[in-house]
Ligand binder design. Structure first.
Ligand SMILES: O=P(O)(O)OC[C@H]1O[C@H](OP(=O)(O)OP(=O)(O)O)[C@H](O)[C@@H]1O
Ligand SMILES: Nc1ncnc2[nH]cnc12
Length: 200
């Protein structure tokens, strides 16, 4: 599918076929949602889908996780006219921070940081990232938000894989994602049927 084309008939999750298969080697079986952000309608529909369960909820602030979560998080924040907080991989914020160690799908030890001067008790935060695989990254972000006394109003990602960590998030927090039920097993298998006809 042409990356910028908008189909006349937009079924739920239509834009997932814009995702590209990983061609960078066998180490990590990534799918690449960044291509769907190039399509104006896909990005708008994706943001709407992520916000759908939260329309009646109070959200004071949207927080996005470094790096690809910044794109979706900022789009979500703009859409509901709220501010955006960047949760960053360690070493990039030049202000006082709280930090949290974690490991993700790579198995490597990492650290993320958040500034100290925004989150506070009573603030309801929607956490946004591109993807949840092991859930390690999102869990670390949740810990940071909660340690500073704010409340996680929800967790949103293009996909939440059916891993132990993904299930933990679904069981403990209000969540949203963009994957129709019938595609979840393809997401968990890290290969979409649409890749068979994927054209660059
Ligand atoms: O559920 P997990 O196993 O923790 O993995 C999820 C994380 O992995 C990706 O980020 P990554 O750091 O690879 O790359 P990015 O900088 O491109 O967002 C993704 O955007 C999530 O942040
Ligand atoms: N399988 C995956 N596809 C896309 N993004 C990811 N981030 C972590 N795992 C991912």
């Amino acid at each position: 599918m042409d990356a910028l084309a908008i189909p006349a008939d937009r079924q739920k999750g239509w834009y997932l076929s814009l995702m590209a298969p990983n061609t960078k080697g066998p180490d990590f079986a990534w799918l690449d949602p960044s291509r769907l952000y190039c399509n104006s309608q896909a990005l708008a529909d994706c943001v709407n889908d992520l916000l759908a369960p939260f329309h009646n909820d109070t959200i004071d602030l949207v927080a996005g996780i470094d790096a690809m979560g910044f794109i979706l998080g900022a789009s979500v924040a703009t859409s509901i006219r709220k501010g955006f907080l960047a949760i960053r991989k360690a070493g990039h914020l030049c202000v006082a921070t709280q930090s949290q160690n974690y490991s993700d799908y790579t198995g490597r030890e990492k650290t993320m940081e958040v500034r100290l001067d925004v989150l506070k008790p009573g603030l309801r935060v929607l956490l946004v990232d591109q993807w949840i695989e092991t859930g390690g990254t999102m869990k670390a972000a949740i810990q940071l938000v909660e340690r500073l006394g704010a409340t996680v109003a929800g967790v949103a990602a293009v996909a939440i894989e059916n891993t132990e960590g993904g299930r933990w998030i679904k069981e403990n927090y209000k969540f949203s994602h963009c994957i129709p039920e019938e595609l979840q097993s393809q997401i968990d298998g890290k290969y979409l049927d649409s890749f068979k006809s994927f054209s660059k």
